[in-house]
Design a protein around this ligand. Sequence first.
Ligand SMILES: [Zn+2]
Length: 263
Amino acid sequence: MARERTVVKGIVLRSVDTKESDKILTVLTAEQGKISVVAKGARSRRSRVTAVTQLLAYSELTLSESRGWQYLSEGSPIALFDGVKSDIELLALASYFAELVEAASYEETESGPVLSLLLNALYALGDLKKPQELVKAAFEWKLTALIGFEPLADACAYCGVPDPAEPMMDIRGGVVCCRRCGRGKGPLMPLSPGSLAALRRVLYGDVKRLYSFTLAGEDMARFGAAAEAYVHATLERGFKTLDFYRTLRPGQPQPGPYERIGG
Ligand SMILES: [Zn+2]
């Protein structure tokens, strides 16, 4: 009996070795969201699909379905992101992006924007060599927005002033506020006028220019710490891949503690 064949474009978010020489892949596609794919014999030396079953490989995959499982029959790589894979820090950061996206994606759900976000982030890291902290933070903020948790950043959520004095990010409420207005709420992460401007750019600006700005010092540190705290609060978990990335960059600033003001 002929099996039904489908062709999808997708990126490997996770690749798990299984019995004999097989792999089970978690792949993000635009049309079908997150799918599981069995790649039979992918670890054997004679396999023709080894390249497309690697973590972060973006490929055109021909799948055939049998008894509820999708099997990989052919694959043709579109982008393998060698610039990311040849650098241990970039690979660690990209692995964190993949774990975040896996946690934030669902089966049978249109996922084109999230797929584009991930592909563009890998390109920004590996090919354009954009600063890691900037790509990481912009990616985290934009991901929360794409999965339905866009923070309210156009004004203080409580008093409405467009440029809050000592701006703060309410991690649980997903809103920006003045330090005074945030009293008793939170937990809060401190922003700065510069980091708030960057956040607005990422949320409301052209997605094609997501990483086309610079940020430094305290502005970058606050932009980054608040992004990480917010994406983890939204997904309600931590990430082992991020812990590993941190061990590779011991001199880099760690995310600051939440600030509780009067609460
Ligand atoms: Zn206010």
